[in-house]
Design a binder for this molecule. Structure first.
Ligand code: CTP
Ligand code: MG
Length: 232
């Protein structure tokens, strides 16, 4: 039996409404390189990743130009023009489109295009911690703040115990067949782990990093650039 391989799957078909930029946020330049290109380079340069698939919308008018200046990605990255109406649907479309190249037992690392702070070190940490696991797992950060639940008037209704609480990040890493079945069966979910949990399974939590935060609002750009420039 050949050992399982590791594939990247990057959902990048969102509109970036909360960012409100002139283009979808994955195409905003950060520290001299488009956000999505930071992510694709990190996956492409990771020696453990066999190949990476990126899902963009059918009408995407940016990806071709972005990749035309990145010949080193030619045989490392495949673009799938089949984004869905939600992240869940985009990931599922990606899984269906990649099925010829990927075995049921191969691992898929799903990673948001909007987390450009990922490093190959974090990919290694996740793979090392999860590759012999039955279920799979995800990067996440233990919650450090005291948590409040607010009511409709913006007043504190309750303080929520933070013991055992983690904030989910990506990549989230599961075997191809299990992940596909989970996403096909789940109601709309905002991450892969939720779909796996809905099958009664318990994904493994692996400590991520603050630098791997999701760039969402305009003010996130400066912080992302601080992390990315620190790499140089
Ligand atoms: N995504 C996707 N397909 C969608 C929606 C989101 O592939 N229909 C991707 C985004 O491109 C992003 C990731 O899922 O890489 C996480 O989503 P989010 O941060 O919410 O990005 P957007 O949906 O683009 O942003 P917003 O919600 O502010 O519009
Ligand atoms: Mg969104």
């Amino acid at each position: 039996m050949t050992p399982p391989r590791f594939f990247g799957l990057i959902p990048a078909a969102g509109a970036g409404a909360r960012m409100g930029a002139e283009c979808p946020k994955q195409y905003v330049p950060l520290a001299g390189k488009l956000m999505l290109m930071h992510v694709l380079d990190t996956f492409a340069f990771s020696s453990k990743i066999a190949h990476t698939f990126v899902v963009v919308s059918a009408e995407d008018g940016y990806i071709e130009e972005a990749l035309s200046g990145a010949k080193h990605l030619d045989d490392r990255v495949t673009v799938i023009f089949e984004g869905g109406a939600s992240r869940h649907q985009s990931v599922l479309n990606g899984l269906l489109a990649m099925r010829q190249q990927v075995g049921d037992g191969d691992w898929v690392l799903v990673h948001d295009a909007a987390r450009p702070g990922l490093t190959s070190g974090l990919i290694d940490r996740l793979i090392d911690a999860v590759q012999s696991d039955e279920v799979g797992g995800l990067l996440a950060l233990p919650v450090v703040d005291t948590l409040k639940r607010g009511d409709t008037e913006g007043r504190v209704e309750a303080t929520v115990a933070r013991d055992g609480l983690w904030a989910a990040q990506t990549p989230q890493m599961f075997r191809y067949a299990l992940l596909r079945r989970a996403l096909e069966q789940a109601r709309e979910v905002t991450d892969e782990a939720s779909a796996i949990e809905a099958l009664g399974l318990r994904p493994k939590l692996v400590e991520g990093s603050p630098r791997n935060f999701k760039v969402t609002l305009p003010h996130d750009v400066a912080l992302a650039e601080l992390h990315l420039k620190g790499d140089a």
